[in-house]
Design a protein around this ligand. Structure first.
Ligand code: 5AD
Ligand code: SF4
Length: 463
């Protein structure tokens, strides 16, 4: 103990009182990752996480702006929180409300104007400034923190301790890249998350090693445009293939995944990684959005349907066991029945194991918003229904094709029935298995015995 602490007043020595933070996450996995990192940043100030807004001193909404509905959800949640804040104030309990994420970045001023109960608005580039921003709120300010930070936020965001990492599970997300320079004409991401920034390889490796030493077995590398990752080298040199290669050398790290990719950035070394790295799971999320060249052009995707199909063929030659997943938008402005038919044909020719499909949603500030020929809602709805029926059929077919196969299963959590565990297949499906003498985090050999639309069932295979 130093002289200084001996002389410190008793209040300075007492542990900070525990405060509770409730973080509600909307949107993509990158927000899930960010929510954890914000929680970690607040731990230093004595905050512990709670899953209940009722007993929280701070509620943070980590928001998504990708489609109109996602943004609307935030405003209705804020209405409910305003009422809760008022009731708590009547009971002499204070509650701060913060809005983070992409809606915060895009509509910060408007949030403060429309929702007077909000104390803090903070954009994705400045999460490391969250503790400081809360101090300002404590001094009675309403804070708007959405400037792009010049400092590297990842260097300033504390990593969680081992116990917390392990409590979050045996799989983890790791953001390696943020932002996007592609400017698809429907998408807000280049505006909300800014231009592409890659984290340096050494920083990523250090974070991955920390996760693994805490018991994580599978890491999913994240980025809005993850395969544009280029480390600190801007042209040539490092690419995602090299990063995966490096990470696969970490002892104890059994599985690697990455998402979301752009077809234009699937370079040779990344395709080669699918051929040569056993830790890289045979699953790829490769959005195409549309099967019509006319619409792909209007979307500024910068590839044709045939180029996408040829690319998938190349990747499948490198990894024949590959399960493919994708994103689709129906009803982009100008999309005709014939364009939509092209999308259905592309889906039929690829065969997806899983997919996400959406009605086009006009996003203010994007070039798509100014296009004439917006497609009527009922047409979008009908097309979405048709596409989703086809994609669901393909998902079922893929799941059924797994019956009888023996696979490695990473055990993630207990199942609903006693003795039952839930794990992940290499193709990301949930698999239920009855197993004894095993632990969460083990990888066991199982044989798939049955398949539902969303999950599989398996028996343990004796070695
Ligand atoms: N409308 C509908 N879907 C969109 N997406 C992105 N922007 C929009 C939009 N304006 C979808 C794309 C993307 C996924 C993350 O969300 O399919 O790949
Ligand atoms: Fe949006 Fe296109 Fe960038 Fe993906 S690649 S984040 S869809 S602009």
């Amino acid at each position: 103990m130093t002289d200084q602490t001996l002389l410190a007043p008793a209040s300075a020595l007492a542990p900070a009182p525990t405060k509770k933070v409730f973080v509600k996450t909307y949107g993509c996995q990158m927000n899930v990752y960010d929510s954890d990192r914000m929680t970690d940043a607040l731990a230093k100030d004595g905050y512990v996480a709670t899953d209940n807004a009722e007993d929280a001193d701070l509620v943070l909404l980590n928001t998504c702006h990708i489609r109109e509905k996602a943004a609307e959800k935030v405003y209705s949640a804020l209405g409910r929180l305003r009422d809760l804040k008022k009731r708590k104030a009547g009971e002499g309990r204070e509650m701060m409300i913060g809005v983070a994420g992409c809606v915060a970045q895009a509509e910060g001023d408007e949030i403060l104007r429309r929702a007077p109960a909000v104390d803090l608005v903070i954009g994705p580039q400045t999460y490391h400034r969250l503790p400081e921003a809360l101090k300002r709120v404590g001094r009675g300010e309403r804070v708007l923190e959405t400037d792009y930070a010049i400092e590297d936020k990842f260097e300033h965001l504390p990593a969680p301790d081992k116990a917390k990492t392990r409590a979050r599970g045996v799989t983890a997300f790791l953001t390696v890249q943020e932002g996007c320079d592609k400017f698809c004409t429907f998408c807000v991401v280049p505006y909300t998350r800014g231009s592409e920034v890659s984290r340096p390889m050494a920083q990523i490796v250090a974070e991955a090693e920390k996760l693994v030493s805490a018991g994580v077995r599978e890491i999913t590398l994240l980025g809005q445009n993850v395969n544009a990752w280029h480390g600190t080298v801007t042209t040539g040199g490092e690419g995602l293939g090299a990063l995966l290669q490096r990470l696969s050398q970490i002892e104890g790290l059994a599985r690697l995944r990455y998402t979301t990719s752009h077809p234009r950035d699937m370079d040779d070394s990344l395709i080669e990684a699918h051929r040569t790295l056993p830790a890289l799971m045979p699953y790829l999320h490769l959005p195409v959005q549309s099967g019509s060249d006319r619409i792909l052009k209007a979307m500024n995707r910068r590839h044709t349907a045939a180029e996408y199909v040829a690319l998938v063929e190349r990747i499948r030659r490198a990894q024949p066991d590959l399960a493919l997943s994708g994103d689709f938008i129906v009803g982009f402005p100008g999309e005709t029945d014939a364009d939509f038919e092209d999308t259905l044909s592309l889906v039929r020719s690829i065969g997806y194991a899983q997919a996400f499909s959406f009605k086009y949603s006009t996003r203010p500030g994007t070039p798509g918003a100014d296009l004439k020929d917006q497609v009527p809602e009922d047409v979008k709805a009908k097309r979405l229904e048709t596409l989703q029926a086809l994609l669901l059929e393909q998902q079922r077919a893929f799941n059924e094709s797994c019956i009888g196969r023996t696979i490695d299963l990473l055990l993630e959590k207990p199942g609903r029935m006693p003795g039952q565990l839930i794990g992940r297949s290499p193709w990301l499906q949930s698999v239920n298995v009855d197993a004894k003498g095993v632990e969460i985090g083990d990888i066991i050999r199982v044989r798939i015995t049955a398949a539902g639309p969303n999950s599989l069932f398996a028996d343990v295979v004796d070695d």
